[in-house]
Ligand binder design. Structure first.
Ligand code: HQG
Length: 180
């Protein structure tokens, strides 16, 4: 499998496991897990070529480790990024340094008014370093990096979660914690 095919499968899996499992009539459980067999069968019926080997490859080699298997590899889910409601049992964690958020100029005015909102996802996504935030922002155009005073937020009682693949998540970042 080449990188281009793996990326295409990763995009398809993001759609199915984070946003719209109904596209292939798949049901996720309340924790976001899909049965591997069912995912394969229904993807193939939908016209998307998928088998265990391909899934294995994508789970192992995905640049951001977006997907994980359960222990006996009968189930698979996305580690973060959902728009549908799922209970991920995220671990609460305390960032000890600033976190970063990559965005673009057209959102700045709204962010200056209301802080960072989750928009269509379940959480606001924050990056541990500026390089990662730059990549996130670049998806939408010329990136602008906001610095988030996470230690101050912790001191003020806000909660943070660290997803299995190392993305920092929180519910809302009020504007007073953002350095523009
Ligand atoms: C912006 C990708 C107006 C926010 C990435 C962002 C990440 C506001 C957009 C992950 C706003 C939401 C998440 C406000 C925030 N008013 N705009 N108050 N607050 N925004 O895609 O952080 O490849 O939901 O700046 O790499 O861009 O999918 O969030 O531009 O890790 O695994 O609203 O998705 O990962 O966009 O990206 P998103 P995001 P994957």
């Amino acid at each position: 499998m080449n990188g281009k095919d793996a990326k295409e499968i990763s995009k398809f899996l993001s759609l199915i496991l984070r946003h719209a499992p109904q596209t292939i009539q798949l049901q996720l459980d309340e924790n976001g897990w899909a049965s591997v067999n069912e995912l394969i069968t229904k993807s193939n019926q939908f016209g998307k070529e998928l088998d265990e080997e391909i899934l294995d490859y994508v789970v192992k080699n995905n640049d951001k480790k977006r997907f994980v298997f359960n222990e006996d590899k009968t189930k698979i889910r996305a580690s973060q990024g959902h728009s549908i409601e799922v209970e991920l049992d995220l671990k609460e964690a305390h960032p000890e340094h600033f976190l970063y958020h990559g965005t673009v100029a057209k959102f700045l005015e709204a962010i200056q008014k209301e802080g960072l909102q989750k928009m269509s996802r379940q959480h606001v996504h924050l990056s541990r370093d500026k390089e990662t935030a730059t990549k996130v922002g670049s998806r939408r155009g010329k990136p602008i990096i906001l610095s988030i005073d996470a230690p101050k937020m912790i001191a003020d009682g806000y909660s943070f979660y660290l997803s299995e693949n190392g993305v920092w998540l929180t519910d809302h970042v009020p504007v007073e914690y953002i350095k523009f």
